[in-house]
Design a protein around this ligand. Structure first.
Ligand code: ATP
Length: 306
């Protein structure tokens, strides 16, 4: 989506000027990984409008393969507005019903492309967009499993997009098709009515995934597999400027660690660092670091470097 943020006043009703940028959980993760030097492809659908061209250029400009992005002349590119009244009160308004992305269909997916990946990253936002988008994301997860591509799933619950009941049913279905799940603590609670870490993680593992990492904001994260479990401390930050996108930065950091063959714990440590860095800069993806910035931050903060 294109995201607009009020500039002249933090409140939408008074703002006369807006900053334009690219937003969306999947693009944030893709950009985070590309900046760290990994090969990333983004699969989506955009309008043939100016905003579609803007997103395509931005994503391509970050070094992401956009060969699987389709354009549709009949539907517009989705938009959203992000009103940051203060870091604890961020209000999002979507203008994405009937967007080009919501028309994505199973026949838009190229199995040969997918099977060459190491990881497929999906979120619980896509199935909320439309029935077509739901069928498409499930088919992608099934194809990935068929080809032994690891499925990484961030539930990213968006209550504004669908009913609680539908969200719970479909997100739980997606957990069962995933290898690695990265929920926030509120999502663990939403899905399984559990806020204690180990029993919450057990619920995810019981559905068949092998690794669950629960994001805990400034506290860092909790990791659990069949063989290991524990808290991995976050990196302290002086002041949060914009928390949106921290979770996506976290996922990019974790996947980058896995692609670099780090241990699970070290990959989560890297994830914590990028999540923390992302809170320091305004914007959904602007604060995502390159390798040099990441290593400098980790070294300065904790004398660790992974
Ligand atoms: P999002 O709002 O992006 O969806 P989320 O709810 O998925 O976020 P959070 O737990 O808020 O995820 O943040 C993800 C990660 O970012 C945390 O696990 C942590 O590593 C880091 N992080 C977030 N907030 C802070 C903070 N205030 N200080 C340090 N690290 C933070």
């Amino acid at each position: 989506m294109v995201v607009f943020t009020p500039v002249s006043s933090p409140m939408m009703r008074f703002a006369e000027t807006f900053a334009k940028n690219v937003g969306g959980a999947e693009t944030n993760v893709a950009i985070g990984l590309a900046r760290l030097g990994h090969n990333v492809g983004w699969i989506s659908k955009l309008g043939t409008d100016e905003f579609g061209t803007y997103i395509l250029n931005t994503v391509r400009g970050e070094g992401i393969d956009v060969s699987q992005v389709k354009r549709d002349p009949d539907f517009p590119t989705g938009l959203y507005f992000k009103e940051i009244r203060n870091p604890e009160d961020i209000r999002v308004s979507y203008y994405r019903k009937g967007s080009a992305a919501s028309t994505i269909q199973t026949n838009d997916i190229n199995e040969d492309y997918l099977k060459n990946a190491k990881y497929l990253h999906v979120t619980g936002i896509t199935p909320a967009l439309s029935d077509f988008a739901y069928q498409t994301v499930i088919k992608m997860m099934e194809l990935a499993r068929k080809h032994k591509v690891k499925v990484v799933f961030d539930p990213n619950l968006r209550r504004k997009l669908w009913s609680e009941e539908k969200a719970r049913t479909i997100l739980t279905e997606m957990v069962a098709l995933s290898d690695i799940v990265l929920p926030g603590i509120e999502e663990a609670d939403f899905l399984f009515q559990e806020t204690d870490m180990a029993p919450a993680a057990d619920q995810f593992l019981a559905r068949g995934c092998e690794t669950v990492i629960i994001k805990l904001g400034e506290k860092g994260a909790y990791l659990q597999t069949k063989n290991e479990s524990g808290y991995i401390e976050g990196f302290p930050v002086k002041q949060v400027v914009d928390p949106v996108g921290a979770g996506d930065g976290f996922v990019a950091g974790f996947l980058s660690g896995m692609l670099n063959d780090l241990s699970l714990t070290d990959a989560v440590r890297r994830a914590n660092a990028i999540g923390a860095m992302q809170t320091q800069v305004k914007g959904d993806y602007e604060g995502l670091p390159d390798n040099e910035e990441l290593h400098q931050f980790m070294f300065q903060q904790n004398n660790v470097d992974v």
